[in-house]
Design a protein around this ligand. Structure first.
Ligand code: AMP
Ligand code: GLY
Length: 439
């Protein structure tokens, strides 16, 4: 090999704020060659000047065709659907190296019944549960269950397949909606009914190659639409990293009892996981427990975690693919990051689109921040809203209070019709930091 290592051309599959953050990180690498996004979004095209190819992330045939007809050295498959559908298997069969798990490993997210059984078999702490494929026993279970009771659709449901029922009637209704009315299609044919856990939630994304697992800084998503964790569940309204509830002692317990055993369990099942493995955790009074696994980078967690990465993301992705993560430098800064999502009012239900977005600087002392696009369209130099979550504003600072304050200042610089955001992103985390200071 020549002294200067070869440049790498990368196709990034997906088109949200998370993919924008990934592309920004890839572009920092001296090895970054040509980039494509399939389908990408307005910011990936207009801000990053990355060629956006109008092929949907679920159009597996179209993606394979594109990657074989173009000089793609690495395909980074980011969203859950193509991973669950086996895009990585199809691309690797065509000798296109991928970052992302194959179909057998992606099942850790694609089937909650699978992941719950895995945890039970390998003694990984999680909520007690039962799985049902028949209506009558499922109804009988929820009727007798302690309240609140959690009803989950087995398959992918855009993060909306979880109902926390406060009454037996509500739980029965949720079971019927999934199993009879097929509200989540095939995803709800099997339901998982589980005990309700309490405690602060922590998200931990990890790079994993089957032998080595490297946790990234922890984070905290804010999933509900309204302040005070009220209103419907969304894809996420903001994130802070690192998460102060994830103390060094809890990190150690989580690594020993959850993260390492999960990677080993997947190997033992012949489902070696290579990619980004996401642990959705709850710090319960009995210690850390798994709420869910995702087989991919979280959105919007990625927007708050990758800005802290100091090492080369291309080298990391290649090492994950090659199984050499143990030889790769993966270093994060010890600063703090806040990501504030700007959404269209009404999200996640109905909301207006096609509102012109203006971004200007009238807040001179806001300091540096990044903007990652999610639901935007780029048209001849202008940006228009094109989705529920429109933009993420991201600020890295020495401390979390500074990062949160910087995001809220920065949002004044961005205007569009029906702009909406939560005003309390990071509040719980800042209160916890204050509490820890008093100790
Ligand atoms: P999931 O899609 O599995 O992450 O669930 C969505 C959200 O529902 C989680 O982030 C939790 O806030 C909540 N949740 C899920 N399972 C439980 C549980 N067993 N106990 C309490 N809350 C839960
Ligand atoms: N933010 C949660 C997820 O990506 O599933």
């Amino acid at each position: 090999m020549s002294i200067e290592k070869q440049r790498i051309n990368i196709a990034v599959i997906g088109g949200g704020g998370r993919e924008h953050a990934i592309i920004r990180a890839l572009k920092k690498s001296p090895r970054c060659g040509k980039l494509w996004a399939l389908p990408g979004n307005g910011g990936i095209e207009g801000v990053e000047n990355v060629e956006c190819v109008p092929v949907k992330a679920t159009d597996l045939e179209g993606i394979v065709r594109f990657c074989t007809e173009n000089p793609v050295d690495l395909a980074a498959v980011i969203p859950d659907d193509p991973l669950a559908l086996g895009l990585v298997d199809l691309l690797e069969a065509q000798c296109i190296p991928c970052f992302g798990p194959d179909k057998k490993a992606a099942v850790i997210e694609a089937s909650k019944a699978f992941s719950k059984d895995l945890m039970k078999k390998y003694g990984i702490p999680t909520a007690k549960y039962e799985t049902f494929t028949e209506l009558a026993p499922a109804l009988e279970c929820v009727r007798k269950h302690a309240l609140p009771v959690v009803v989950k659709a087995d398959g992918l449901a855009l993060g909306k397949g979880v109902i926390i029922a406060r009454s037996h009637e509500e739980a029965e209704e949720a079971v019927r909606a999934m199993m009879v009315d097929e509200k989540f299609g095939q995803s709800g044919k099997t339901v998982v009914i589980e005990e309700f856990l309490t405690g602060p939630e922590v998200s931990v994304l990890c790079f994993a190659d089957g032998k080595t697992v490297v946790p990234m800084p922890s984070s905290m998503d804010h999933k509900r639409a309204l302040d005070g964790d009220r209103g419907p569940n969304t894809g996420g309204m903001g994130v802070i990293a690192p998460n102060p509830f994830y103390t060094p002692e809890l990190q150690k317990q989580t690594l020993e009892r959850i993260i390492l055993p999960t990677v080993e369990a997947m190997n033992a099942e012949g489902r070696t996981f290579r990619g980004c493995l996401y642990f959705g955790l709850m710090m319960t009074p009995d210690g850390p427990k798994v709420i869910e696994y995702n087989c991919r980078f979280g959105d919007p967690e990625t927007q708050a975690v990758l800005p802290l990465l100091e090492s080369d993301l291309i080298e990391i992705m290649l090492a994950v693919h090659n199984g050499t993560l143990d030889e790769c430098e993966v270093r994060f800064s010890d600063k703090a990051c806040c990501c504030l999502v700007l959404a269209s009012r009404g999200y996640p239900l109905s909301y207006p689109k096609n509102q012109e977005i203006s971004m200007f600087v009238f807040e001179p002392d806001c300091g540096p921040y990044d903007i990652y696009h999610a639901g935007t369209r780029y048209l001849e130099g202008d940006y228009f809203t094109n989705g529920g979550r429109v933009l993420s504003l991201v600020a890295v600072r020495d401390t979390l209070p500074e990062a949160v304050a910087a995001c809220y200042k920065a949002q004044e610089n961005v205007q569009f019709g029906a702009k909406y955001f939560r005003t309390d992103i990071g509040k719980r985390a800042l209160d916890e930091l204050e509490r820890q200071k008093q100790l």
